[in-house]
Design a protein around this ligand. Structure first.
Ligand code: C2E
Ligand code: CA
Ligand code: CA
Ligand code: CA
Length: 279
């Protein structure tokens, strides 16, 4: 028995070392990427359902590492969260997205809003407000053209504290959007206290909207509730015309997803934006 236990132990240690080594390597590359400006932002259009006009863009971080290849945010954002690297990365994202949006506006394009994802740790950091104020001041972007996407579960973790932070952000004049809405178990009594502009209906509810009556019912209820609270709605992960038609029948308002366009480089987005606005 002792022998077996020893083997299992060695196996476990070997596994752990492999895991730790991989993690350390990724962390090292992440620090390198930060120091050498190896991140880029893609932009995905947010579209008015009725007019087909682009009214915003979500900024999504991209990382291509020379050694490891392209690494999805789902893989490195959690590590950035654990290590605290999310603070400087998040600052970079905010600054870059604001600067980009200001540059688009300066070309004479009709102004749109740029949506930036705020991670849980970023949302709770003490100097969040200064970071945002700084990004706006540095770039000259009017706060009403910056939207912060904060997930419902981030807000619901210590909801009372979150509401205070949301109120401060609201006073700054930035827009607030509750990301992944429907997955974070907030109740109506909380929701009516969130000073937010928009609910972003999670793509897990949109996916089967035409085939799963439960998902259709949830989305219908969320949109009706949002309307009664005077909050806008946007559906994410819209991939088909059928999904769009259903959302339009509910007067969802806005949508984002592959059906319109995948996330793309700033240059490509700008070409699409100009074309969309002069159509
Ligand atoms: P999210 O905020 O929910 O972003 C939406 C994700 O859905 C993006 O994945 C986007 O590319 C993808 N998507 C958009 N349209 C469709 C569609 O029609 N179908 C499907 N199946 N997917 C669609 P991405 O870019 O891989 O980002 C994944 C997550 O990583 C994001 O989820 C967000 O939580 C996080 N993330 C991305 N960029 C940033 C960032 O700059 N800062 C922070 N803190 N998190 C970020
Ligand atoms: Ca988002
Ligand atoms: Ca989302
Ligand atoms: Ca989601």
């Amino acid at each position: 028995a002792k022998q077996n236990g020893g083997d299992a132990h060695h196996f476990f240690v070997a596994e752990m070392n492999a895991h730790t080594t991989e993690r350390l390597e990724l962390e090292g590359r992440l620090r390198y990427a930060l120091a050498h400006q190896k991140f880029t932002l893609d932009y995905q259009p947010q579209v008015d359902i009725r007019s087909g006009r682009i009214i915003g863009a979500e900024a999504l971080i991209r990382w291509h590492d020379e050694q490891l290849g392209s690494i999805a945010p789902a893989r490195f954002i959690p590590l950035a969260e654990e290590t605290g690297l999310i603070m400087p990365i998040g600052e970079w994202v905010l600054h870059t997205a604001c600067a980009q949006n200001k540059a688009w506006q300066d070309t004479g394009c009709a102004p749109i809003s740029v949506a930036v994802n705020i991670s849980p740790r970023q949302f709770r950091q003490a100097n969040l407000l200064e970071t945002i104020t700084q990004a706006l001041a540095d770039t000259g972007l009017n706060p009403c053209f910056l939207e912060l996407e904060i997930t419902e579960s981030t807000i619901m973790h210590q909801a009372e504290k979150s509401i205070i932070t949301l109120e401060k952000l609201h006073k700054m004049g930035v827009r607030l959007s509750v990301d992944d809405f429907g997955t974070g178990y907030s109740s109506l009594s909380y929701l009516k206290r969130f000073p937010v502009h928009k609910l972003k209906i999670d793509q897990s509810f949109v996916r089967d909207i035409n085939v799963d009556p439960d998902d259709a019912a949830i989305v219908t209820a969320v949109i009706a509730m949002a309307r009664s609270l005077n909050v806008l709605t946007i559906a994410e992960g819209v991939e088909t015309g059928g999904q769009l038609a259903f959302l339009d029948s509910l007067e969802c308002g806005e949508y984002q997803g592959y059906y319109f366009a995948k996330p793309m480089s700033a240059d490509k987005f700008f070409a699409l934006l100009r074309n969309n606005q002069t159509e």
